[in-house]
Design a protein around this ligand. Structure first.
Ligand code: KIV
Length: 267
């Protein structure tokens, strides 16, 4: 069993990037898994709106509300009192600066998370600036945007030179606006690597290859509990392993760079 990590801070995240130590993240939705993931040394826990799919049985993240995220984040907080928690800002809660600030207020005060994550680039820059001005740590989210999937589908991002350039511009703009972290979802690996090298803040990849500063996956995917798991999310709970052993194997694989390069089908 690894010893739990030193609690994450923004300074520690930056230091990890500087020292090229891979950052580990998994989604968590309840107290038991919050405790287990922390005991296994996962650096950050994301209360993702993926809970709409893996916990609630919806076919997208769109039905997830602020109250749902608060409910799950409160449970995770109880199980993982010292963990760095990131909460997703749900669908349509970031359309104005006012709604964004009110949502973040609830997530920090009622749910006890330290960081909020919002999807999008150019369109959310004013919201990111407003959050940062109020002292709220922000995680951006570029590439495949699940809250936009009804319109855009589940497409890999960065496939054309134009799209790759747009992603890089948006990542730089998010950093300039004050974001402290950026999730890159299903971004072409070469593009994700260029973005990661260009930014001072860490990038956390999902289905975006090995060149990001850390990795995140949906917990239910690596435990084989999802009805559908994307090909870039291998099952770590293989026969004979306990849940803790599976999570420890994920942490070890990310830290050593075995994942994603050895498992990842990023086709
Ligand atoms: O909701 C979620 O779990 C996420 C991850 C897929 C990054 O946003």
């Amino acid at each position: 069993m690894t010893t739990p990590n030193k609690p994450i801070t923004l300074a520690r995240l930056l230091a990890k990037k500087r020292k090229q130590e891979k950052i580990t993240c998994l989604t968590a939705y309840d107290a038991s898994f919050g405790r287990i993931l922390t005991e296994c040394g996962v650096d950050m826990l994301l209360i993702g709106d993926s809970l709409g799919m893996v916990m609630q049985g919806h076919d997208s993240t769109v039905p997830v509300t602020l109250n749902h995220i608060i409910y799950h984040a409160q449970m995770v907080r109880r199980g993982a009192p010292g963990a760095w928690l990131i909460a997703d800002m749900p669908f349509m809660t970031t359309t104005t600066v006012e709604s964004t600030l009110a949502t973040a207020k609830a997530l920090l005060q009622e749910a006890g998370v330290q960081m909020v994550k919002l999807e999008g680039g150019q369109a959310v820059l004013p919201m990111v600036r407003a959050l940062v001005e109020q002292g709220v740590p922000v995680c951006g989210h570029l590439g495949l945007l699940p809250q936009h999937a009804l319109r855009s589908g589940y497409q890999r991002a960065g496939k054309t030179p134009e799209d790759a350039a747009r992603l890089l511009d948006e990542a730089v703009a998010l950093e300039s606006a004050g974001a402290s972290l950026i999730v890159l979802e299903c971004v072409l690996p070469d593009v994700a690597q260029v973005i990661s090298q260009r930014l001072t803040i860490p990038t956390i990849g999902i289905g975006s290859g090995a060149g990001t500063d850390g990795q995140v996956l949906v917990l239910h995917d690596i435990l084989g509990l999802s009805s559908y798991a994307p090909s870039f999310a291998p099952q770590f709970l293989i026969e004979g392993r306990s849940i803790k052993e599976a999570v420890l194997a994920y942490v070890e694989a990310v830290k050593t760079g075995v994942f994603p390069s050895a498992h990842c089908d990023i086709g």
